[in-house]
Design a protein around this ligand. Structure first.
Ligand code: SF4
Length: 369
């Protein structure tokens, strides 16, 4: 028997927590609704408004009875995060600094291209992984993002694109922003369910990529069930160099990573795993490094993305020259490893991970939107 609609006493209204709905899966929404006497039918009416029509207010849900909309207004929230800064690069890349209700800030980037529009999403506030070359790694880990906060980044760009005259839509998503997604797998998996769902955001599985620094735990195999693409930040051709650059390598070494990559391919039915490799001058960019890397990857269906390093103030590393990158690329290609040099985007707005947040913290008069 369904419970009757729970109305809040007037005095309680000021204290009620507005539960965020942006990251709630249908089953979670149905459960929340049932707790206050709303039905499955109510959930079925509200859910498409949130995800297919991107409603930012309950008042626009015209097929939801007025009395129920009042309850939704009292109990739940569709609130988007505050945008503290939005920068646009000369190449069209946009980077936003978003602030959540508790004051924590994260970055998200929109990268338009001729045939696709990609959004880069953050999974945590700060990062605990301490990769030596990364600006975010210098910022202390604060907390995981909730599924609603991950989804809020997608809603932020969808709202912005809807308002713009250009009529662009999002096609690709990459979890390559702040934080390590595999250390926030519960929120990641809820967000993926919404992002991939046919009746929600309907992103194609092969256009969603989750990137990990190499956190090889059981959840990686759960991720495979979503069938999304996996990218692994490798950045070195042997354990000695990798452990210097990425402390996580002391826990999960290269052999563990490569075995997990093969298992991921088998379970996810994806075509290849991508290995990200940041070219650092004099550190990991020699001909010998390239040969070692080719040998490591010889038996894996993979693609290597070579990345030119975007230097930041205080970094101890310098990027390799273009000539060195080309030589590194040639060696990998000659050994049969599919490799590209990834095109750098948004250099003039410091689009590398962690740079907008750091810059804002250093600049008290940063313009707000
Ligand atoms: S590269 Fe990724 S995992 Fe490493 S510190 Fe930066 S955000 Fe964290």
């Amino acid at each position: 028997m369904s419970r009757s609609l729970v109305e809040l006493p007037i005095n309680d209204k000021a204290h009620v927590r507005h539960a965020p709905l942006l990251g709630m899966t249908f089953s979670a929404l149905e459960h929340e609704f049932s707790e206050i006497g709303l039905t499955r039918l109510d959930a079925k009416r509200v859910f498409p408004w949130i995800h297919m029509k991107c409603a930012s207010s309950f008042d626009v849900m015209t097929d939801v009875p007025h009395k129920i909309r009042s309850v939704l207004n009292e109990r739940f929230s569709l609130e988007r995060p505050k945008c503290c800064n939005l920068q646009k690069s000369s190449d069209g890349t946009q980077k936003a600094l978003l602030e959540f209700a508790d004051g924590h800030q994260i970055e998200t980037v929109f990268i338009p291209e001729e045939k696709r529009n990609t959004v880069c999403l953050s999974a945590q506030v700060g990062c605990a992984m301490e990769c030596k070359f990364c600006n975010t790694g210098r910022q202390q880990f604060s907390r995981n993002l909730t599924a609603s906060e991950i989804m809020a980044q997608v809603f932020f760009w969808k709202d912005l694109l809807l308002e713009s005259a250009e009529q662009k839509s999002l096609t690709n998503l990459v979890f390559m922003g702040m934080g390590e997604p595999m250390l926030n797998s519960e929120s990641l998996f809820s967000a993926l369910e919404l992002l991939l769902g046919e009746k929600t955001h309907n992103f194609s599985r092969n256009k969603v990529t989750v990137s990990t620094a190499g956190v090889i735990e059981a959840d990686l195999l759960k991720l495979a069930q979503f069938g999304v693409k996996l990218a692994i930040s490798l950045h070195a051709p042997n354990d000695a160099k990798r452990s210097e650059l990425m402390p996580i390598n002391r826990k999960y070494g290269i052999e563990t990573i490569l075995n997990a990559a093969k298992e991921y391919l088998r379970l996810s039915n994806t075509e290849h795993v991508t290995f990200e490799y940041l070219l650092l001058y004099g550190v990991n960019d020699s001909d010998d490094d390239a040969r070692q890397l080719a040998k490591l990857l010889a038996n894996i269906h993979c693609k290597v993305n070579l990345i030119m390093f975007n230097s930041w103030s205080g970094s101890i590393f310098t990027g390799s020259s273009r000539a060195r990158a080309d030589a590194f690329l040639s060696i990998l290609l000659s050994k049969g490893v599919r490799t590209i040099i990834r095109k750098s985007r948004g250099d003039d707005i410091l689009a590398a991970c962690g740079q907008l947040k750091t810059l804002r913290n250093q600049m008290p008069n940063f313009d707000s939107m």
